[in-house]
Write a protein that binds this ligand. Structure first.
Ligand code: FAD
Length: 290
């Protein structure tokens, strides 16, 4: 079923993002993680893919298993940069055959390799992928990415918003945001989105901080900001209580963010789980969701 239609029946909802472990010997543990987090009854679960479509096979296999074995509503992340339409067709047909109904349509990160060039016929933007999907695969529900602080490549948030509008006008159903650590950034963004006449759901994406190393890596990749005080508190926690104290503060902070978003009426919250069971369960318990 299309996620956008499921949203009407469950308000507010929680959705979970997982990444497929590259080492397949870790898959049994990964599926245990999914089984444990199912307790929150997610509206949908999404499965990431690697840069330039690497690990797309894993994304496909795990997405299909989440549907068939775990009876979850999965959404496969699909990037189009550097991908041929043949490759896209083959991926999408496999999902359709397995009755997977939802795709997150992404461009994907631009390769670091300065010699990278688009080949003839390749898509340059996520909006191209959305229109391709709508033309050839009307069976899919489609989500797209959005950036409350602007995409790092954009000159301005205003410019980036124009392209978010284009993706949604191409008929994507809803957007999920990049992570943010200050809810005001989301609320201001939402106001600007609505001012453009976009009335589709903009689902906030929340990352529970579970380690300083992971946080630094993620921030350097996605360009999101972090409030100075929160970062300072995380470092103090690390000095005083080490990794466990950082995790505890990260969980407390994410819980506070999610609670405020739910209290102010978001349709639901998408959690970047990083496949972390304990942290997510602690958040669900603190929110009274399990
Ligand atoms: P686009 O929407 O194409 O935007 C990219 C840039 O181009 C922006 O600056 C935009 O303003 C600009 N732009 C868009 N359309 C046009 C146009 N027509 N003309 C000129 N400029 C334009 N990456 C992965 O590799 N795997 C994942 O699984 C993954 N999951 C993600 C999930 C979420 C919820 C989010 C928010 C991001 C995710 N990403 C993932 C990261 C994403 O691939 C990168 O942020 C990527 O750089 C941009 O992808 P996009 O789909 O937003 O691109």
């Amino acid at each position: 079923m299309h996620i956008i239609n499921l949203m009407d029946n469950k308000k507010p909802f929680v959705s979970l993002e997982f990444f497929p472990p590259k080492d397949q010997t870790l898959w049994p543990k990964f599926f245990e993680t999914v089984e444990k987090l199912k307790i929150v009854n997610p509206l949908f679960v999404s499965v990431t893919c690697g840069a330039l479509g690497s690990s797309q096979e894993y994304t496909k296999e795990i997405t299909i298993r989440l549907k068939q074995e775990f009876k979850l509503e999965p959404m496969a992340h699909l990037t189009c940069i550097g991908s041929s339409t043949d490759k896209l067709h083959s991926f999408l047909k496999a999902l359709l055959n397995a009755r997977v109904d939802n795709v997150l349509a992404l461009r994907g990160d631009f390769p670091q390799d300065k010699t990278f060039n688009y080949k003839e016929g390749e898509f340059k933007h996520a909006s191209d992928l959305v229109s391709f999907l709508r033309k050839h695969y009307p069976q899919f529900g489609i989500a797209v990415a959005s950036y409350p602080e602007g995409h790092p490549e954009s000159f301005s948030l205003e410019e980036d918003l124009k392209f978010l509008k284009l993706k949604l006008d191409e008929d994507a159903d809803f957007a999920i945001t990049q992570l943010f650590f200050d809810n005001n950034i989301y609320w201001n963004f939402l106001e600007r989105v609505r001012d453009l006449g976009i009335d589709k759901p903009i689902v906030p994406g929340i990352l529970p901080v579970t380690s300083l190393t992971a946080l630094e890596r993620i921030l350097s990749q996605c360009g999101a900001s972090i409030p100075k005080q929160f970062l300072r508190d995380l470092h103090i926690a690390d000095e005083k209580g080490g990794a466990e104290a950082v995790r505890a503060l990260g969980i407390k902070y994410a819980t506070m963010q999610i609670k405020e978003l739910l209290d102010r009426g978001v349709p639901g919250v998408h959690i970047y789980t990083l496949n972390r069971v304990k942290a997510c369960l602690n958040i669900f318990r603190a929110l009274g969701l399990v």
